[in-house]
Unconditional design. Structure first.
Length: 269
């Protein structure tokens, strides 16, 4: 097995001009498959609430639920670095609450680092976590936990209208520098766009990763595992490009299972 991925290893990848890649996963099996494929990090996202449990937005996810997902992913990952989101609530409640939550994610959940959403609004939290020895994946830009103040629903975040504009680039560069100064190990720039994204990459020494609205101008990418494999009901009817269509494969398998059972044939597997 290759050497375990660490925070310094990810930071060295930026210096070497090598792209880092991660997936967002919430369960043991996907985590094992992604780790075996060679991803650099697995991010246990609060997006589980929307994409796996059917909530309207990720703000409903609780700390206990994040711990369940983090433990499952930790058991599945051997090489990749594991990051886990601090859900909505502890960071907003203050440093002490955020620190307690982050300690639980590391101590009980097995996370190697924690992700703080809306981190630009809470640099003091980032500093406190780093001071406690907990690496921070700082998310900024248009995030699920900041979209409300812009009047943008969660469902509209992955759209051209939600990308960072040229006018916003200077402010975002400043936010990125502040987060780097606060001790963040990585930045998750949500809805970066090519202008602001490239500017931030050049402005900081730590890796800048992107999911929604990201692109090759960033130091690395993170993608929902379920999106990469087309594993959601929506992939049955969409023509959007993905790396495979697990939904159609599952539909075909379930249809064949039903046919075999009803015809009295032996069920496979």
């Amino acid at each position: 097995m290759e050497a375990k991925i660490t925070v310094p290893a990810l930071q060295q990848m930026k210096r070497d001009g090598k792209k880092s890649i991660g997936v967002v996963a919430w369960d043991y099996q996907i985590a094992r498959i992604a780790d075996r494929a060679g991803v650099d990090f697995v991010s246990v996202g609060d997006s589980v609430g929307v994409n796996l449990w059917g909530h309207a937005n990720p703000l409903e996810v609780t700390m206990e639920e994040m711990l369940v997902c983090c433990k499952a992913v930790r058991r599945g990952v051997e090489r990749a670095l594991v990051s886990c989101d601090v859900p909505f609530g502890p960071v907003q409640e203050g440093i002490d609450s955020a620190l307690r939550a982050a300690i639980r994610l590391v101590k009980e959940g097995g996370a190697d680092m924690v992700k703080v959403d809306a981190a630009a609004d809470f640099p003091e939290v980032v500093r406190a976590l780093v001071r406690a020895g907990i690496p921070v994946f700082a998310q900024f830009g248009l995030t699920p936990q900041t979209a409300m103040k812009f009047g943008i629903p969660y469902s509209a975040q992955n759209s051209a209208a939600a990308l960072a504009t040229k006018e916003a680039a200077a402010k975002l560069v400043e936010e990125a520098k502040q987060l780097e100064d606060a001790g963040a190990s990585l930045l998750d720039f949500t809805n970066s766009g090519p202008v602001a994204g490239a500017a931030v990459v050049q402005a900081v020494k730590i890796p800048v990763i992107g999911g929604f609205g990201g692109g090759p101008w960033l130091d690395g990418r993170v993608r929902l595992a379920h999106t990469a494999i087309g594993y959601a009901e929506k992939w049955l009817d969409t023509k959007t490009e993905t790396y495979c269509n697990g939904a159609k494969a599952a539909l075909e398998a379930f249809t064949a299972l039903i046919a075999d059972a009803r015809a009295g044939r032996q069920i496979k597997g």
